[in-house]
Design a protein. Structure first.
Length: 162
């Protein structure tokens, strides 16, 4: 079974939960001898908002802001890998997160996807966000749900009504 997992894609949203998701992916990639590919997605709604604002003022260049965000995220993800003492390819894409993640699975030939189920969104879908739900439903490869101490603490608070 080890031989079939040559590439592992890990989706990182660079939230407070990112470290736990990355640790899980690193442990799997090291244990399976697999290449690690890190993916971050700039949400399309943020790009749409930038484009809307650009239409109301000449003081904003949406494409320049987007390029800067992509570069910042690239550097941040590379730094996380470096801090973990790991090597891997880093991809930063723009799109609807779950769609961009599934596209990256196909494009990279990843045999496994590691994602967290809790990220930037703090809304009513805290337990199992809509992106994670769609990924689990539609992903053509093995999906690992990374859950660490922060996730357990958050869920305990929710169960206790805090």
């Amino acid at each position: 079974m080890t031989g079939e997992f040559k590439k592992i894609l890990v989706g990182l949203d660079l939230s407070a939960y990112t470290g736990e998701t990355l640790r899980c992916a690193l442990e799997l990639s090291r244990g399976l001898g697999a290449e690690l590919i890190v993916l971050n997605v700039v949400h399309q709604r943020d790009v749409d908002a930038l484009n809307f604002i650009q239409g109301t003022t000449e003081m904003l260049d949406a494409q320049q802001v987007l390029a800067q965000r992509r570069q910042e995220r690239q550097v941040q993800a590379e730094e996380l890998l470096k801090q973990a003492g790991a090597a891997g390819q880093v991809l930063v894409r723009v799109g609807v997160p779950w769609e961009a993640i599934l596209d990256a699975v196909e494009e990279t030939g990843a045999a496994m996807l590691v994602v967290g189920t809790k990220g930037r969104g703090e809304g009513k879908r805290t337990l199992f966000g809509s992106n994670a739900e769609k990924i689990f439903r539609h992903c053509p490869v093995t999906v690992v749900s990374a859950r660490g101490m922060r996730h357990r603490e958050t869920m305990a608070k929710l169960r206790n009504g805090k």
